[in-house]
Design a protein around this ligand. Structure first.
Ligand code: ZN
Length: 309
């Protein structure tokens, strides 16, 4: 076999490998998901709250999965958030924005990337929001901005703490300046929450980046994060090319960001309800006297105070 035949054969092999690769839809509909040691059954991962037993990876979950885990199955009420006019700029690139929206709505069953619910944590009424990354990368446009502001207003009207599970790549460029203005609008709304002395708790989940981490995701009174979550503004490669330096392996992972002081506490998914419940009890002086708060909660507070100073 001469070298030309070898190259041609190799080319054929690559072609078959590319052809055989499953589509995004096939991956989504499959019973399997890939993790550290290869494919894992989705059912098994779901039973473990979508966290890998072997490597501890916290897989991305949608809003309903998030609330089911946090509050218990269907133990919450979904609030209908306002929906502004779709596609105000009539955006079109390789595909129209309207088509992208329709696809995302069909895929997720949500009108926008954010879902707001009300429920109770440790018997304290709370208003809670979460993002679905599979809805156009959980980017923020007018509808998502409105949903967050609606959630905050609901929290103020009911004197509830506001908890936000953030995720997403940033502001949605198909809405240009309208999307960017959501950074200011949500920041102003959070200021109103703070004027009302209501706690604003943020839980950073994988990935929280761009305009989201440059606005409401970093304004929490207390900032939690899930283990191994990507928390960034610009991407690692962009920074590396700008500063022309090799960056650490765990750069922009929640553990690294915690060391830099931007995160108060990293909490595994299974413990989030308990931790947030204890902290809210302390902040709102509910359920019990501060003196009777568990040792574990006191340790968390001590760590948060240490990070803050
Ligand atoms: Zn794994």
């Amino acid at each position: 076999m001469n070298w030309i035949t070898k190259v041609l054969k190799f080319g054929e092999k690559i072609k078959t490998a590319i052809k055989k690769r499953p589509s995004k839809e096939e991956i989504a509909n499959s019973d399997w998901i890939s993790c550290c040691k290869g494919p894992v059954l989705k059912k098994e991962l779901e039973a473990n709250l979508w966290v890998c037993d072997l490597c501890g990876k916290h897989h991305r979950i949608n809003c309903k999965q998030r609330f089911d885990i946090f509050f218990g199955n269907n133990n919450y009420e979904i609030l209908q958030t306002p929906l502004p006019k779709d596609d105000p700029l009539n955006w079109k690139d390789s595909k129209s924005y309207k088509d992208r929206l329709n696809d995302a709505r069909k895929k997720t069953g949500q009108d926008c990337a954010v879902m707001i619910v009300k429920s109770k944590v440790d018997n304290i009424n709370v208003t809670v929001g979460a993002f679905d990354f599979s809805f156009i990368g959980a980017s923020v446009g007018a509808a998502e901005g409105e949903a967050i502001i609606y959630g905050i207003q609901h929290a103020i009207d009911n004197q509830n703490p506001f908890i936000l599970f953030t995720s997403g790549g940033g502001m949605r460029m198909f809405e240009s300046l309208i999307a960017l203005s959501q950074m200011t609008r949500t920041t102003l709304a959070i200021n109103e929450l703070k004027k009302n002395n209501l706690p604003y708790i943020v839980v950073l989940t994988d990935p929280t980046a761009g305009g989201i981490s440059a606005s409401f995701a970093m304004l929490g009174d207390i900032t939690f994060a899930e283990p191994g979550a990507l928390v960034a503004f610009a991407g690692k490669r962009v920074i590396q090319a700008t500063v022309k330096e090799e960056l650490p392996e765990d750069f922009q992972k929640s553990e690294y960001v915690e060391k830099c002081g931007f995160i108060d506490l990293i909490v595994p998914r299974k413990d989030l309800n308990k931790k947030i419940g204890s902290l809210l009890s302390i902040l709102l002086k509910k359920n019990s006297d501060i003196s009777s708060v568990s040792n574990e909660a006191s340790e968390d507070i001590a760590q948060i105070t240490k990070t803050a100073s």
